[in-house]
Design a protein around this ligand. Structure first.
Ligand code: M6R
Length: 603
């Protein structure tokens, strides 16, 4: 989750840019950089790791006078977290910072290379600055060159560009990734990818809309869309930092639920190809001699592991066992070298999970971590890592990490399926099509959220909740119940729908709330009969399904989806929002539930 800042004015620029980047640190990053332009002097400073490393490099630099500058924190997507890959990226006389993805960067790169342009990084971003300079050569008009550059780019982006051609300006553009431009009472200009980077500096801001672009200098902000000049739609900037970090949401957890479409998209970036999945962090040899998978994890990560076992067996035809890490540690487990040992962890610091990883390494097994935090203990210990790219997760109750885990695990099952030749080409292409639909399935409509908000008031009492589902919807039921427990402190259990009759159905009465996950694309009739059994015992039923269910007391209609994973992701949103709204009605601190810690580093 990269961050962008920019400044035009007379203040000490390193203070302004570093302060802005510090405010964006919570989004997560693995390298950072700034570029400044004073008269004809253009300079850059970059470092990997935390901002203190960049500050160290800036020790002997001071701007002293009018200056233009841009800064960036990078969360690696294309290319490793190195100084060369860190932003800003340099052309011959210009610098660019960028958030998002340039989908057609390979084509652009190829055509520029044919013209003799030399690329130094592995990023998609670098094409922007070279393209700009290439267009400038044609007509010596920097604004036209910038417009032409934007028109040539496909994908999602927020861009800031500075150039020696005009040392008074920053060029900017927004298309799919957030960008804000603002000014203060002296007309000095500030940019940020989130308004938290601009609080205490800018007074009024423009939350740029997709397709808007322009340039800003001490003469003001010039805004355009489709080559036509636009009126500035300025707003007064809030001065409350925490409020700004939450982007207007009531809790970080709520914001993170809403971010899922974007982070899942980030997670797919560069990995979902036309006919296969590619993980640059893996290679074929790593899977030599492997014909089983063993996964260890805790909590939410355990639930994603469990759901993935259905995918590994179904798609990759790999036998897969899943264990709760704290149990695995002491059961004197059999550790076979023909098994790939996988650990899943958001934080990368969970003591139980880390310990199982060490056990597997000691036993000589090949190990793979699926993790959100680069350089965490788990990442440093595992042979290979796939990063989730969910950005920093602040809410103690995990949401977006779960979504990205599910996406990575689904992609991994297809990656292995390709290696093992276990899926026909047609089926693979269909799976990939379904994967591409997920980011839009994860977009939350006001209608859905409002409905859940209204329903939540009926689910505050009673003697307990059962979340039920079959197949991959059983681990989702477990996850729904865990979310509700964690933040509402109400008792909830997740159960396989078909297992209720073997005992728990004894609890059924009108005070028992059943949240029934009833996807249409997978075992609908079977699940339906299980829910009917509960309804016959007077349990209060909240059915979540694309198909109207006449016995339900309450009903949340989801969309039909050709692939069960499409329904899975939509129902995931439903159970997350339901837990959130119930907990908010109970008056709880959703982001910091009692007795819980974000990272569990003790046994
Ligand atoms: O960081 P990890 O994924 O290893 O954490 C595992 C669990 O502690 C974590 O998922 C926990 O259950 C969350 N609070 C769930 O919301």
């Amino acid at each position: 989750m990269c961050g962008i800042v920019g400044y035009v004015g007379n203040k000490e620029i390193k203070d302004i840019l570093i302060d802005g980047l510090t405010e964006l640190e919570y989004r997560g990053y693995d390298s950072a950089g700034i570029a400044t332009l004073q008269e004809n002097n253009i300079r850059h400073f970059k470092s990997i790791g935390k901002l203190v490393n960049l500050q160290d490099k800036l020790k002997n630099y001071s701007s002293d006078g009018f200056v233009v500058g841009i800064g960036h924190t990078r969360w690696a997507t294309h290319g490793k977290p190195t100084e060369l890959n860190a932003h800003p990226h340099l052309g011959e006389y210009s610098y660019v910072v960028h958030n998002g993805i340039i989908e057609n960067y390979q084509e652009i790169k190829k055509s520029l290379e044919q013209k003799g342009v030399n690329f130094v990084s592995q990023t998609d971003t670098e094409v922007i600055v070279h393209l700009f300079e290439d267009f400038y050569k044609d007509n010596n008009d920097e604004f036209k060159a910038f417009e032409k550059t934007l028109n040539a780019l496909k994908g999602a982006f927020a861009v800031l560009l500075i150039s020696k051609i005009d040392n008074q300006k920053i060029f900017f553009a927004k298309h799919g990734s957030p960008l804000i431009v603002g000014d203060d009472e002296n007309g000095e200009i500030y940019f940020g990818s989130s308004d938290s980077a601009m609080i205490g500096k800018a007074k009024e801001v423009i939350y740029l809309e997709d397709g808007e672009y322009g340039y800003a200098s001490l003469d003001g902000i010039k805004l355009f869309k489709k080559s036509k000049s636009k009126k500035l739609h300025k707003k007064t900037l809030t001065q409350d930092k925490i409020y700004a970090q939450k982007d207007g949401f009531r809790f970080f957890m709520e914001k993170e639920i809403y971010e899922q479409s974007e982070v899942v998209n980030d997670s797919m970036m560069g990995r979902v190809l036309d006919e296969q999945i590619d993980f640059e962090e893996l290679d074929k040899n790593f899977f030599k001699g492997i014909n089983e998978i063993q996964i260890c994890a805790c909590g939410t990560s355990y639930h994603s592991a469990l759901a993935s076992s259905y995918l590994f067996e179904r798609l990759a035809k790999m036998q897969t066992s899943v264990e709760i890490a704290s149990e695995f540690r002491y059961k004197q487990p059999l550790m076979k070298k023909n098994r790939l040992f996988v650990v899943i962890s958001q934080s990368g610091e969970t003591a139980d999970t880390l310990e199982t990883l060490k056990m597997a390494k000691k036993a000589g097994m090949k190990t793979l971590a699926i993790c959100n935090v680069d350089n965490s203990s788990i990442v440093r210990t595992a042979d290979k890592t796939i990063l989730l790219r969910a950005g920093i997760e602040k809410g103690v109750a995990s949401t977006k990490a779960f979504a990205t885990q599910m996406m990575v695990l689904w992609m991994l099952s297809l990656y292995i399926a390709k290696l093992k030749n276990s899926l026909k080409r047609k089926k693979m292409v269909k799976e990939l099509q379904s994967i591409r639909e997920i980011p839009s399935i994860l977009k939350i409509t006001d209608k859905l959220h409002e409905k859940i908000k209204r329903l939540s008031k009926r689910y505050l009492h009673g003697h307990g909740f059962f979340f039920i589902g079959r197949d991959i919807f059983f681990p989702l039921a477990l996850e729904g119940a865990l979310k509700l427990k964690e933040i509402s402190y109400l008792h909830a259990e997740g159960y396989p729908a078909g297992e209720m009759k073997h005992g728990p159905i004894a609890l059924a009465d009108s005070e028992l709330f059943t949240i029934a996950l009833m996807p249409k694309s997978l075992l609908y009739e079977k699940t339906k009969s299980n829910v009917e059994e509960l309804s016959a015992r007077d349990s209060t039923i909240l059915a979540v399904s694309p198909e109207e269910f006449e016995l339900a007391d309450d009903f949340i209609k989801t969309n039909h989806s050709a692939h069960p994973m499409g329904e899975f992701f939509e129902m995931m949103i439903v159970v997350q929002l339901l837990s959130l709204e119930i907990a908010i009605r109970m008056g709880n601190d959703v982001d910091m539930p009692r007795n819980l810690a974000k990272s569990v580093t003790v046994e």
